[in-house]
Write a protein that binds this ligand. Structure first.
Ligand code: DHB
Length: 387
């Protein structure tokens, strides 16, 4: 006969073991890799704030389980990002990776997603090719071709004949330059020169001097989030606005994170992008109000990409009841939902985002600078995928 007290002890142990296992499987982890330090720190700060907002609004639950977000700082360095992704997958057993503030980082991490079959949601980086680097990548940000072609058409229709392009010299800059120039030429315009600045620590003075000498009707610019304010200051200091050279840019340059402090030189700048904090939908008004109630700054397109990225993953986990891998990937493909930017689709074939692209102009609204939308192209697919 087994003494009763032994049976009770065994039951108690079993009980502990069972509830321990239960506790583990009741928590799902998502790994977010972003630059919280270094040149791209504003991207990390915006994404971090948006995810905190999402967690507060969603109650931090998906698929009936508690979700834990592990935020890691890669400092904008690709090797660090890849190492962090490996640790998150192997040690923390995350069901998904998200974030990725720069194109080289997303590309360097892609093989980890493929090898481990971990869905990787790119919420920031925006070179067209990224989604082709792994079948496990989905994107909730945008692509540079997507936001550049409409602006080229707008320019050609608005008496702009001769432009110079100026881009950061890496993936998204190459995309912006190529797709803007191609579409502008197709619509009868000419491109007098194509100028580039380095991604790290750019000095805009020499290229702006060149632009002044070339005297185009307009300068088209792409720079990554965080460089716009410095560029705009130098554009004004060199008197390019007074010389009658119009500024056209992707919305990265009049980034809502910095726009409020750019001053009058930004007034009238025409840009195209997928998100403005001034987007007049009821959903966006609530998003901006809730975001600003938690933070002392405005949400920008990085915040919206991350908030939608969380929504994509959480909705996927609701379908899979918390499972990751191929099931989660399948549950995220083809999702359609309303975002603060407008209606979005994650195309099931390309895993890239299809969204409205707005043409906007910087205006003062209630004393503050905003990108005010005045035209829209509906449901734009990444033109980089159409070739
Ligand atoms: C990328 C980074 C940015 O900050 C941005 O505004 C657009 C693109 C990128 O590296 O892909």
């Amino acid at each position: 006969m087994i003494p009763r007290r032994h049976i009770l002890a065994a039951l108690a142990l079993g009980g502990v073991a069972a509830s321990g296992a239960q506790a583990q499987s009741d928590t799902i982890k998502i790994g977010v890799i972003v630059p919280m330090t270094g040149q791209q720190a504003s991207t990390g700060r915006q994404i971090d704030a948006a995810i905190k907002l999402w967690m507060a609004q969603s109650g931090g639950k998906a698929g009936g389980k508690k979700v834990e977000i592990l935020i890691k700082d890669d400092g904008g360095v690709a090797d660090t990002s890849r190492r962090l992704a490996q640790e998150l997958v192997v040690n923390d057993k995350v069901v998904a990776l998200a974030g990725f503030g720069l194109t080289p980082i997303a590309l360097a991490t892609a093989p980890i997603a493929t090898q481990s079959k971990t869905p990787m949601v790119v919420t920031a980086a925006a070179t067209s090719i990224i989604t082709e680097a792994s079948p496990y990548i989905l994107r909730t940000s945008f692509t540079l071709p997507q936001v550049s072609v409409g602006l080229a058409e707008w320019a050609a229709k608005n008496k702009i004949r001769k432009v110079v392009t100026l881009v950061a010299d890496y993936g998204p800059g190459n995309d912006a330059e190529k797709y803007f120039a191609e579409r502008f030429l197709l619509n009868g315009g000419t491109v007098a020169d194509k100028l580039r600045t380095p991604l790290r620590a750019p000095d805009f003075a020499p290229v702006l001097q060149k632009v002044r000498d070339l005297a185009p009707d307009a300068l088209f610019v792409f720079l990554p989030s965080g460089q716009g304010a410095q560029f705009m200051k130098q554009f004004g200091e060199r008197g390019l606005d007074k010389a009658g050279i119009r500024l056209l840019a992707t919305g990265d340059v009049t980034d809502d994170d910095q726009l409020a402090d750019m001053g009058d030189v930004a007034l009238g700048v025409v840009t195209s992008h997928h998100y403005s904090a001034a987007h007049p939908s009821p959903m966006n008004k609530k998003f901006v109000a809730d975001f600003q109630a938690m933070n002392k700054f405005r949400p920008n397109f990085m915040a919206v990409g991350a908030w939608d990225g969380m929504r994509l993953i959480f909705k996927g986990l609701d379908t899979t009841k918390g499972a990751g891998g191929d099931a989660l990937l399948a549950a995220m493909k083809g999702q359609i939902f309303e975002s603060p930017r407008g209606s979005i689709l994650i195309d099931a074939q390309s895993r890239d985002i299809v969204q409205d692209v707005y043409i906007r102009k910087v205006e003062r609204v209630n004393g503050q600078l905003y990108n005010v939308e005045f035209d829209v192209q509906k449901a734009v697919k990444d033109p980089g995928k159409l070739k």
